[in-house]
Ligand binder design. Structure first.
Ligand code: FAD
Length: 336
């Protein structure tokens, strides 16, 4: 077992925060995992995928297990569907590229989301009107304390908006080994969200394909979101808040054009980006931390920010949104 000591995590988190881990090891198989865990029982553990949903405030005084379990295989298929299993350490975009190349539909709207397959069910990744719960079939996970393999079907995952059982009851208890998706051989595309329709028209696309949609999503994302390889960030820092009708009504009384989406008779969802922009944060920076000029939900590392400064900046945003709108924002990013 090759445990590395005092390793910088700068290259292993998309914020580019230069903290260190007391021990660091890569895991390429279930056998690796049980061996790592057998010699490492007393340490705090952190399972790391692509580090694209993490904010490190300080050094990690424990063992980081970097998931590198790879492999893509077809489990079964029928006329309409194909079930594909991907190792938890597969890079999400590599898996999307594989499905796009084979014309399997269902995750093309999730193109270019950073991170790994194994992390994708944890916050039920979503974009452009699609979430992974829409194509999720099942996953296998290793229960770290019980040393048991568990299988979860879709219902058992309790998927919600950027939420699942893995962020709640099973937080830090499981290592997700692989995920099986049910892709469509004859997909119906979801094009109503964002600028997808406009792009289809602009590019005079007459026959929609998995690849055409994926290319459009990649174009849109590249034009709107900062590339973490260039500017450190973790995508949307906050969730879109779901508020009581009374709160949204009082916002609408002062801002009649405020965007809001009905969740149920008693609740609305208000875009966090709109709330943050109204508080004057869009494009604003303090020291080495900033709020992105095109997408205020994204907090960026302007160079050498540390995790605590980014956290403090996010707290200032939360405080000002609460003071102005009486709405509490919730962080989407995992803080450590
Ligand atoms: C530029 C950018 C754009 C983004 N856009 C989107 C978007 O459109 N939609 C969206 O939903 N998200 C988005 N994200 C967030 C991020 O890509 C996802 O949350 C992604 O699934 C995180 O994967 P990861 O492998 O990097 O996880 P990490 O950041 O490494 O880990 C996240 C959490 O999951 C745990 N974890 C990771 N792997 C495993 C495993 N195998 N088993 C158990 N626990 C594990 C970690 O311990 C940690 O708690 C974006 C991020 C960036 C940087």
């Amino acid at each position: 077992m090759n445990f590395l000591q005092n390793i910088s995590l700068k290259a292993f988190n998309t914020f580019g925060i230069d903290v260190s881990a007391r021990q660091f090891i890569t895991c390429t198989s279930i056998n690796d995992l049980s061996e790592i865990l057998s010699v490492n029982e007393d340490n705090p553990l952190l399972i790391l995928g692509g580090g694209s949903n993490m904010l490190f405030k300080k050094d990690f005084n424990g063992t980081v297990i970097k998931n590198e379990i790879k492999g893509i295989s077809i489990v079964k298929e029928d006329d309409q569907h194909i079930y594909i299993k991907a190792g938890g350490g597969e890079v999400w975009q590599d898996f999307v590229t594989y499905c796009v190349a084979h014309n399997y539909g269902g995750i093309e709207n999730l193109s270019l989301i950073p991170g790994t397959v194994g992390a994708s069910p944890i916050q039920n990744i979503g974009a452009y009107g699609v979430e992974i719960k829409d194509t999720f079939h099942e996953l296998t996970a290793y229960h770290i304390e019980d040393k048991k393999l568990l299988t979860f079907n879709k219902e058992e995952c309790k998927f919600g908006y950027r939420d699942s059982i893995f962020k709640n009851e099973y937080k830090n208890k499981l290592f997700i080994l692989d995920v099986t998706f049910r892709l469509d051989k004859h997909p119906v595309f979801k094009t109503s969200y964002g600028d997808i329709e406009a792009k289809i028209k602009e590019q005079h696309i007459e026959v929609l394909t998995v690849k055409a949609i994926s290319d459009i999503i990649c174009d849109i994302r590249k034009s709107k979101l900062p590339d973490p390889a260039v500017v450190g960030n973790a995508g949307s820092f906050f969730k879109n808040p779901v508020v009581d009708k009374a709160v949204s009504n009082s916002i609408l009384a002062n801002y009649p054009t405020a965007p809001h989406f009905k969740v149920d008779d008693n609740h609305d969802k208000i875009p966090a980006a709109w709330l943050i922009e109204q508080c004057g944060w869009k494009g604003k920076s303090i020291g080495e931390v900033g709020c992105h000029t095109k997408q205020p939900l994204v907090i960026i590392n302007l160079g050498h920010a540390d995790g605590q400064s980014i956290f403090n900046f996010s707290q200032q945003i939360m405080d000002s949104v609460y003071a102005k709108f009486n709405v509490t924002l919730e962080r989407e990013v995992n803080i450590l």
